[in-house]
Write a protein that binds this ligand. Structure first.
Ligand code: HEM
Length: 410
């Protein structure tokens, strides 16, 4: 049995399990084998899905719209009964969390509404706040000489920053983290938990929207209340769904990337020393770590028969957009399984590609830059304190959740 109480995988090409402990710890050797032997693998586990591993196939699949639809982008679908319940709740609204759950043309105006909040200029306005958070977190543990780089640091930054961007109380950060984990970690394998936390987030934002209707502010929620699409104002259901998406998408993803980067430097002394000595490498190093430890896999639902290579997807099939595996494809990257901090050519697709490409990538990059830059300026010497205690989660978002490190401060 694997760690999640399912039978062990016999053949990764026909029976893969993205929650198998071997896959969660290090999926790259499995992708390498599949890319050669069966570049689009299949499984009947977890509701059944297809798993592409080649860069060119991913580039082609994101363009197969609407044959590969975003209406249900979660990696593990809810049970048919829960799905029905969600659809009933959504009533007349055609999409739950736009733009990520919508296809064009419907998706386009929703995306346009949120992009200005994540432009380089808007993101620059959150830099000082992010810097202050990073320093405050390090102040809490620096004198101890040890910390959990995931729980005490990486996990603390994105929830506060996205709360700042949306205009909600950053002091509720523990709730935001709990709800997000409820959806993206626990909720992956326990759909009833996912629904429970979705409802908690929705009711939190319902209150926020009601409050802003009474007391408008100069913030994202008030902007969405004032916005219209083709002259029609957005419903509360839609505004709540958009806020829900921004909160969840802004937290797990970025904390996983900051955590993976710190894990890398804590366990690769040469790279850590090099970055400490050459801080000007930080920007290219971040792109390389995004490529190497790409956290996000999204899914698409097939709406009409469509073929790629030898495979034909049928309506109802699920396809996992395995951006992380594409980023290790030797046909797209020289030495794909090595971290090269000063890699010159790096056209990674960690933020996805095409019409749904990450709307928050400027924010994520700023958070990584400030989080890693601040850590290295104050704690340039650090290492794993207990390698066996490191834990990873996988599935929709992969990243480390416990990274005990010890250090001497700068
Ligand atoms: C390192 C951190 C992050 C990574 C790796 C990442 C990755 C991704 C990926 C792969 C997609 C494409 C989804 C698809 O094709 O279905 C996506 C979409 C999205 N991301 Fe991120 N993301 C990150 C951080 C953020 C942050 C900080 C935000 C801010 C709220 C954010 C907001 C969004 C939104 C709104 C979408 C949907 C865009 C659309 O459907 O048009 N992400 N992200």
């Amino acid at each position: 049995m694997s760690d999640n109480n399912t039978p062990p995988v016999k053949d990764w090409a026909t029976d893969y399990d993205i929650f198998d402990s071997e896959y969660v710890r290090d999926p790259a050797p499995i992708w390498d084998e599949l890319r050669e032997r069966c570049p689009i693998a299949h499984t009947t586990r977890w509701g059944g899905s297809w798993l592409p591993t080649r860069y060119d196939d991913l580039q082609a699949m994101v363009r197969m719209v609407p044959a590969l639809s975003s209406r249900s982008p979660t990696v593990v679908p809810p049970s048919p009964e829960l799905r029905e319940e969600l659809i009933r709740e959504a009533k007349e609204y055609s999409t739950e969390n736009p733009p990520i759950t919508a296809d064009p043309p419907e998706q386009i105006p929703y995306r346009r509404l949120i992009l200005p909040f994540f432009s380089p200029k808007a993101v620059a306005g959150h830099r000082q706040f992010t810097l202050a958070i990073c320093n405050e977190m390090i102040d809490r543990f620096i004198d101890k000489g040890h910390a959990d780089a995931a729980a005490d640091y990486a996990q603390q930054i994105p929830p506060r920053v996205i709360a700042h961007v949306i205009g909600i109380d950053p002091k509720r950060v523990d709730d935001f983290v709990k709800w997000t984990r409820g959806i993206l970690e626990i909720g992956q394998l326990q759909p009833d938990m996912r629904i429970k936390y979705c409802r908690i987030i929705r009711s939190f934002f319902e209150e926020m929207v009601a409050d802003r209707r009474q007391n408008p502010r100069d913030d994202l929620i008030s902007t969405l209340i004032d916005a219209d699409i083709d002259g029609k104002p957005l419903s509360d259901y839609t505004i709540v769904g958009m806020c829900n998406l921004l909160l969840v998408a802004g937290i797990d993803t970025t904390w996983s990337s900051i955590g993976s980067a710190l894990w890398h430097f804590a366990s690769h002394t040469d790279d850590r020393r090099r970055l400490a000595k050459e801080p000007e490498l930080l920007i290219t190093a971040i792109e390389e770590l995004l490529r190497f430890y790409s956290p996000v896999t999204m899914a698409r639902k097939v709406t009409q028969p469509v073929s790629i290579g030898d495979v034909t997807f049928q309506p109802g099939d699920k396809v996992l957009l395995n951006f992380p595996a594409a980023n290790r494809d030797p046909s797209a990257f020289d030495k794909p399984n090595e971290v090269v901090l000063d890699r010159k050519r790096n056209r990674h697709i960690a933020f996805g590609v095409g019409i749904h490409r990450c709307a928050g990538s400027n924010l994520a990059r700023m958070e990584m830059e400030v989080a890693l830059g601040t850590w290295f300026s104050r704690i340039p010497e650090f290492e794993l304190a207990c390698p066996d205690a490191v834990t990873w989660v996988g599935g929709q978002v992969r990243g480390p959740r416990c990274i005990p490190v010890r250090f001497s401060a700068a």
